[in-house]
Design a protein around this ligand. Structure first.
Ligand code: PL3
Ligand code: FE2
Ligand code: FE2
Length: 252
């Protein structure tokens, strides 16, 4: 982080100032994977499908959530529409690389989480629905997109940069609702987290090998996820101990 530079770094900085950020971006792009190999395309067929399916399910979930908060219909419809735009964007990324997305794999990948969302929806458990979609899935997407942007082909990089900005709006939506209703939804939030955070961790484990073929590092994915997740819980108004307790659900 540039803002962590100390005063003592300033001289070094001065002597390096002919190295622009543009040039260092060029230098790091030398380490990009070869997007044309069979192994890259094979891994991409699953990762791309996961993202396409994830965006479609996110759309459906926001539409479903609107049935539980009818006066938010307009806002939630707006969020849902963004998800379809994301889906189109990532579909174009696959097409651009000549890859066919493995949608059967992706449906299975999401099935457990999808099932839990549907049960919560049927029961009218809005807090659980928001935790699953607007917090866990969005934080997962944000972490994956941040890491992917660093190693994506130029076409996909541009699309993903646009998408990740929207995902923060979605995370924020859930965050603000949960913040306003914290006194009445805390117990359900904790319980839903206990059940669903381990699923996110499993999904991350499951995708790690394919992700590494795309030069996406698992540790980095986990780190980015934890940053988005913990930041959100803090904004919602949980204290350090509560956040630690919730995060711990990922390792048991
Ligand atoms: C919500 O807006 C979208 C939900 C999508 C979830 C996606 C999780 C992705 C995990 C795999 C990482 C791949 C990133 C690469 C993109 C082609
Ligand atoms: Fe999205
Ligand atoms: Fe989203």
């Amino acid at each position: 982080m540039h803002n962590e530079l100390k005063i003592t770094d300033m001289q070094t900085l001065e002597s390096n100032k002919n190295t622009t950020s543009e040039e260092s971006a060029d230098a790091s792009s030398l380490n990009l994977p070869d997007f044309t190999t069979d192994s890259y395309k094979d891994a991409y067929s699953r990762i791309n499908a996961i993202v396409i399916e994830g965006e479609q399910e996110a759309h459906d979930n926001y539409i479903s959530i609107a049935t539980l908060i009818p006066n938010e219909l307009e806002e939630l419809t707006k969020l849902a529409k963004m998800e379809l735009k994301h889906k189109r964007g990532f579909t174009a990324c696959g097409r651009n690389l000549g890859v066919e997305a493995d949608m059967v794999f992706a449906k299975k990948f999401f099935s457990k989480l999808h099932g839990n969302f549907q049960i919560a929806l049927e029961k009218g458990n809005l807090t659980t629905c928001l935790l699953i979609q607007a917090i866990l899935i969005e934080a997962f997407a944000i972490s994956a997109y941040h890491v992917y942007i660093r190693v994506a082909d130029p076409f996909a990089k541009k699309i993903t940069q646009g998408v990740v900005k929207d995902e923060y709006l979605h995370l924020n939506y859930g965050q603000e609702w949960l913040k306003e209703n914290l006194s009445t939804c805390k117990a359900e939030l904790m319980e839903a987290n206990k059940v669903n955070l381990p699923l996110i961790k499993k999904m991350l484990d499951e995708v790690a090998e394919d992700a590494s073929v795309l030069a996406m590092d698992k540790e980095e994915l986990m780190e980015e996820f934890m940053i988005a997740y913990q930041d959100t819980l803090m904004e919602i108004g949980l204290d350090n101990r509560e956040i630690a307790r919730m995060a711990m659900a990922a390792i048991v």
